[in-house]
Design a protein around this ligand. Sequence first.
Ligand code: MN
Length: 482
Amino acid sequence: MLIDKKIYEQYRPTIGIECHVQLATNTKLFSGANNDARDEVPNSVISAVDYGLPGMLPVLNKRAVELAVRAGLALNSEILLTSRFDRKHYFYPDLPKGYQISQLYHPIIGVGSIEVPLPNGESMKVRINHAHLEEDAGKLTHPNGADYSLVDLNRAGTPLIEIVSEADIHGAVEAKAFAQELYLLMTYADVTRGDLYHGNMRFDINISVAKRDAKNWGKRAEIKNLNSFRAIEKVVEYEFKRQVELLERQEVIIQETRGWDDAKQKTFSQRSKEDAQDYRYMPDPDIPPVVLTQHYVDKIRQQLPVLPQVYRSAWQALNLDESVKGALLSNKNIAQLILSVQNTAGGIIAKRIANWFASAVESSDERVINLNQEQLVDLARMVDEGELNSTAAKEIFNDIIDGSNMTAREIAENKDLLQVSNENEITRIVEEVLVDPSSAKAIADIKNGNDKAVGFLVGQIMKKSQGKANPGLAQKLIIERL
Ligand code: MN
């Protein structure tokens, strides 16, 4: 149904996001099995605990608790000194115990809030309701055309924290920005490996729609298991339209779980939503309560890695574009390098290098590990001194990123990229250009007060010098002569 664009403007989406974060522990949440199952043969990294053999006894992984506390601190949320585990019962072939060990009543992370930067330069506050520790389930694969499914329990028992936000988000761009900020916080805090492709972070979007002036929220749909920021944005756009159109047709919105079909760019109904009582929650009798001391929490706080906001506030002095800041932060190695350059070589040099990175390097680029900071600082200084133009600098930058062992100056000399700043040499070219008949009109224009015509003459000089004349010096010499 096509409806007037104005009708959409009468409605507003209200969105809460849940995010499952796989913790980067060596072993699983309750067993000693390897926690990194990427590229492992199915069902090869599991123990009796993970597939729930009778008589097994789970033992809580200390490191998972430590990472959860660290996550809570990065989320600017309360750490609850006493938490406990519950059994959440449901039947599914990827959950052989018949229940998931989770925390419903006493989570380890309590209320908090984070400030989320938006692409327009503003920011949005999103409250955290809580975050709890729980185990991941296994994985089912459904081979094409087969009449059976395959169960792989390698992921069963992987430690997760589930972060639950309040419904403080009201748009697609905002939902994406929140997810990206969670990703930055969790990867900068070294809580997770952050491999989105392998599902290290998975997002569930709860979205309802109501008229802007309505007092109550509408019925919500939950779209589960998204692992890309782009998909989150698309899901919100799609669901907003779908729900507005249903409301406009006076149809009922069903509270349900939906999936996202990336090929069709559509959500689809999966099942009606369960309530808490359907899961028959009960305290897990095998696992004692987790009791932390304030001293323990304070120690983790002291060791907390540098978080994105530290970079952002340092970079305020550089006056970078939002998109540049985002590009730098999306690769922690680059962010660290720029901050280090800023602290040692100053803001002007740092800004120059920051802009090169932002335009040349993808977030997943592995070439930026172990870069030689001095090479880059030297390169930026050469540009500042007028020894290189920006095209030449970019070329040398790329060579450095590609692993060149030479200094910036050696690369420049080798490739004959140095600008000519020798006054005698440029004067010679300036004089050649000024006597050329094709310059007559520009010279007349300048004499009549049209300074823009200087640009034409500088262009001629650049052409004659094959791009190597220092344009600032060329301009100065032209003006002196006219
Ligand atoms: Mn969960």
